[in-house]
Design a protein. Structure first.
Length: 363
């Protein structure tokens, strides 16, 4: 007689989180954040700078080297109505795809005056239509810089860092007292590939001292790229998880990383993913056989992992797809027990919060 397989619903991933545990600022130093070692049934409370000592020589640590863009832009319609764009992807040339926050959506062909418009030191944008299809959730726009600037240059000149909605900031204020701190700390020290609208937050804890200790320990490092989209904050609205439509993000596993993964397997090392975005990248490659492309992989309990042995991750929102991935990786009951421990011990949650190290559940 075979054992029944549990079917999970959205409510299974809910938990009580006091608002005061949602970190509004990073730890004083990157590596001074707390680290919950959750590999064993009984968790151990640590400090992040202890992390290198938890790995073994020959292990492979895989990072996401995406770089967060200044992707939030403010402007107005020709009628004067205010709007906000969050650029999700640069398509090529001067075209971008963006989320739009506005009281009444403008029609295709409309001109939007961003950052004051072309005649006031900013630039204009023409709305070309919806994306990826005619009734898609995003908008396709052509940005017209007064000097022919690229979308990357326009974002750098006029954009704001797109912090998550649960971090309170004066993002459209001329003098945001937190802007300098966020510009430095909401970016990893090894960010190389511009394209994300959210940081791979588990990697925010690494600094020069931790990286040097990992090298001395004999831990190999490699990078993948997944440009984190705003969909990472999109709530799951259906109790039946099979009905949730996962957002799509672009990823790449470069040849040097493919070679590092093979070397690690041959020497019997463990593959340690830094963050859920790295897990999604490596597992997307394993599923598709494609080293780059778009992925909408949705990992829930019952998923059979093919690549990752250990996961370093921050603490995620209730009912989020990221909590579902963590539960799939380390086992649902263990994951929820670790979250209860983290709440009881006052760990700091979400993007600027603390971290947790997990081993893959092997039933």
């Amino acid at each position: 007689m075979t054992a029944s397989v549990r079917t999970f619903t959205l409510s299974d991933f809910d938990f009580e989180l006091p608002e005061l545990l949602i970190a509004q600022h990073p730890a004083p130093e990157r590596s001074s954040a707390r680290l919950l070692d959750g590999r064993a049934r009984a968790p151990t409370d640590r400090i992040f700078r202890e992390f290198p000592g938890l790995l073994q020589p020959g292990d492979l640590l895989v990072f996401n080297d995406t770089q967060v863009l200044k992707a939030r832009l403010f402007g107005e319609k020709a009628s004067g109505g205010r709007l906000e764009l969050l650029i999700e992807r640069v398509l090529g040339g001067n075209e971008v795809v963006a989320h739009m926050k506005v009281s009444k959506k403008p029609q295709s062909g409309a001109t939007l005056h961003m950052a004051g418009g072309a005649h006031s030191g900013g630039f204009d944008a023409t709305l070309l239509g919806r994306w990826p299809e005619a009734d898609g959730p995003l908008f396709r726009l052509a940005l017209q810089g007064p000097q022919g600037e690229t979308p990357w240059e326009l974002m750098q000149q006029h954009g704001h860092l797109p912090l998550p909605p649960y971090i309170a900031r004066q993002q459209n204020a001329a003098h945001d007292p937190d802007a300098a701190e966020d510009a430095e700390r909401y970016q990893t020290v090894f960010a190389r590939q511009p394209g994300a609208v959210a940081a791979p937050t588990a990697a925010l804890h690494f600094d020069a001292g931790v990286l040097a200790a990992l090298q001395e320990r004999g831990v190999e490092r490699a990078s993948v790229t997944l440009h984190v989209g705003a969909g990472t904050f999109q709530p799951v609205k259906t109790e039946n998880l099979a009905e949730h439509r996962m957002h799509s993000e672009w990823y790449e596993v470069p040849p040097a990383t493919l070679a590092a993964l093979e070397r690690c397997r041959q020497r019997g090392g463990r593959i340690v993913a830094v963050g859920t975005t790295t897990v999604r990248t490596l597992e997307s490659w394993a599923q598709s056989g494609q080293p780059s492309g778009d992925t909408s992989i949705f990992i829930t309990p019952g998923y059979q992992f093919q690549v990752v042995d250990m996961l370093l991750t921050n603490f995620h929102l209730p009912k989020s797809t990221l909590l579902m991935l963590v539960s799939a990786f380390t086992g649902y009951e263990h994951a929820m027990a670790l979250y209860r421990h983290a709440v009881a011990q006052r760990y700091r949650f979400f993007s600027y919060g603390d971290a947790m190290l997990l081993a893959r559940h092997r039933p």
